[in-house]
Design a binder for this molecule. Structure first.
Ligand code: ADE
Length: 292
């Protein structure tokens, strides 16, 4: 009995010593601000994941989260899967386990604004769920759901975080994007600020495009952004959605998505990488200004 308790004591003391020798490093690393980058498809985030240094992969409830450094900035990257429910689930797990300082969503979207073509980018000034509201006999009334945390009704539009929006615009001025091949030669993608709407449907209908443009002023449509924005809004976490156009949400949408998905996903990921670089330099300025 006495012998057993002595062994136990030795084990406990060793464990305490081991923890105390490594915890300052872990604590320091874990206290650094982390930026989360989400995407619905693997190909939308793989370019960022491949660039990570000190990469660590973790499965939480079966979902894969890859953390590491991008341009010196601590980030965590995750693939949400398609649709609002999958996006909300992944965002919730992400917030609970990584406590990110900000969440950026990157990926592709159907273009609703007729001036946008595959490869162009929309930085969402605001996002809305186009399928949330009341269906009256002769109309659809857009309404946000009630926030279960405080009982207040959410807005129809979730505004982007101002600081992230500014950083994205700054990143847009310096990023080099893949040029787009057209029948009349190559062109540089346009980057605009605009409205991104989200719903649990892949839109391949010119009539729906007209409705989304007229009723919500949509520039692009996708299936995850506003769900992520809602979770972030309810949890008070800055969020920004960036989408590159893969199709025009018309009869040819599926075909165009197949053709332009990789190029558009790459362009969106490049803009996010540039933003992460700006976030990293923002942090190093803050650090150098801190009194020692
Ligand atoms: N993501 C890319 N294209 C889309 C479309 N046409 N509708 C919904 N989500 C999309």
């Amino acid at each position: 009995m006495v012998r057993h308790s002595k062994v136990l004591m030795v084990i406990c003391i060793s464990a305490i010593l081991l923890c105390s020798s490594c915890s300052p490093v872990l604590l320091e690393e874990n206290s650094r601000p982390v930026t989360a980058v989400l995407g619905a498809f693997e190909r939308e985030i793989i370019m960022l994941e491949d660039e990570l240094t000190d990469k660590q992969e973790q499965r939480i409830e079966g979902m894969k989260f890859a953390s590491g450094r991008l341009n010196g900035k601590r980030i965590v990257v995750a693939w949400t899967g398609i649709g609002k429910v999958n996006a909300a689930m992944t965002t919730t797990l992400l917030i609970e386990h990584f406590r990110p300082n900000e969440v950026i969503f990157t990926g592709v979207a159907g273009g609703i604004n007729p001036q946008l073509s595959p490869g162009d980018i929309v930085i969402a000034e605001k996002t809305a769920q186009h399928d949330s509201g009341t269906l009256w006999p002769d109309s659809f009334e857009h309404r946000g759901a009630r926030n279960p945390l405080d009982g207040w009704r959410n807005p129809v539009f979730f505004p982007a975080d101002e600081r992230l929006l500014k950083l994205a615009v700054q990143a847009a001025e310096q990023v080099e994007l893949e040029t787009i091949k057209t029948s009349i030669g190559e062109r540089t993608p346009r980057i605009v600020k605009g409205v991104v709407v989200t719903g649990d449907v892949f839109v391949a209908s010119p009539e729906k495009c007209t409705e989304l443009r007229n009723e919500l002023g949509a520039d692009a449509v996708e299936m995850e952004g506003a769900a992520v924005a809602q979770i972030c809004y309810q949890q008070g976490i800055p969020c920004l959605v960036i989408r590159s156009i893969s199709d025009k949400a018309d009869e040819k949408a599926r075909e165009d998505l197949g053709m332009f998905h990789t190029m558009a996903a790459k362009n969106s990921a490049r803009l996010v990488t540039e933003m992460v670089e700006l976030l990293a330099s923002e942090l190093s300025v803050e650090k150098s200004q801190k009194p020692q």
